[in-house]
Design a protein around this ligand. Sequence first.
Ligand code: NAD
Length: 350
Amino acid sequence: MRRIPSEVMQAFAREIFIAAGSNADEASIIADHLVEASLMGHDSHGVIRISKYVDWVRAGQVVANRHIRIDKDKGALLVADGGFGYGQVIGKEAMELAAERAHKHGMATLSLRNSGHLGRIGAWPELLAKRGLASVHFVNTSGFGILVAPHGGSDRRLSANPIAAGVPVQGGAPIVLDIASSVVAEGKIQVACNKGEKLSEGLLLDGQGHPTTDPAAFYASPPGAILPFGGHKGSGLSFFCEVLAGSLSGGFASNPDSPTAGRLVNNMLSLVFDPEAFGSAGAFAEDVKRLTVWTKASPPIDPGGRVLLPGEIEAQTRKEREANGLQIDSETWRKIAASAALLGVNSPKV
Ligand code: NAD
């Protein structure tokens, strides 16, 4: 395991994306997003993705320097197309539009199809909360990302389908929930595979539909499947991510025969609320504050334990990694360095 200062990794990632065809602004946005995800402990959606993104852009599955296109504008409802551009750029542009409309109309609905990988979905409610807005986001992957068995099923039918929500907090960091509806995000299986580690029980089925702890069984032929979290509950939420993010946007629900099944496409439904438009923004902020204090005051079930709110664990990890550097395993580093070399970029000495 290497420890790499986040600013070194950011500069390296930026250089790689420029060499892969992105302009300097786009390269910075992608590098910032991936480094931020690693800083926050979501290694599965952090710099481990660099080599995959380079493969995809080289194969024409992601298009560099693409911007969001609005296909339908009904004021508080926008339907947009990402044109297979980098999700970090498309997602940011989508959130900026949604914020502007929510401030204007009190709420906004943004339905986005055909975006490249939107990365750490928590980044989007976080951006909105910093602008005083509460939001919830449903995401699906329309073909390439079919990885999850439905409750009671034995093979891949649904995507990992994350749901994220955020709310601003008076005088503090926003509260951000950011969860895949699968019991584990696919990237975490990739991380375990790279580290040669076993996974916990209850996460995976092998290609024959039997429970397994071997991450390699997931990538074998026939491939394994991830289980939904919370059995029928996660499975049901995942189904509705497919409907709300995929079917509604026109970007398709999980479907191996969809026209975009050969590339990783994220679709997202974002619902954004301006508390000010609902009544007293001050009363809303006070009530949220009261809720955080009340929730956290529950006596810990484990001696010495603490009740954490969504987003707190990421803030703790961020503090530690800002001080000590990102944790990058040898296999991930080898893959990033190989992608860089392919593009004529030298790896930093670490
Ligand atoms: P996870 O299981 O680590 O859950 C993270 C959430 O749970 C966060 O909101 C965190 O603050 C909260 N949390 C964690 N520990 C907690 C505790 N002890 N007490 C209270 N709250 C706690 O994350 P995941 O489900 O594996 O998802 C990982 C990442 O993968 C996310 O960033 C997600 O957006 C991303 N993802 C993206 C896609 C995509 O298609 N773009 C698909 C799936 C997942």
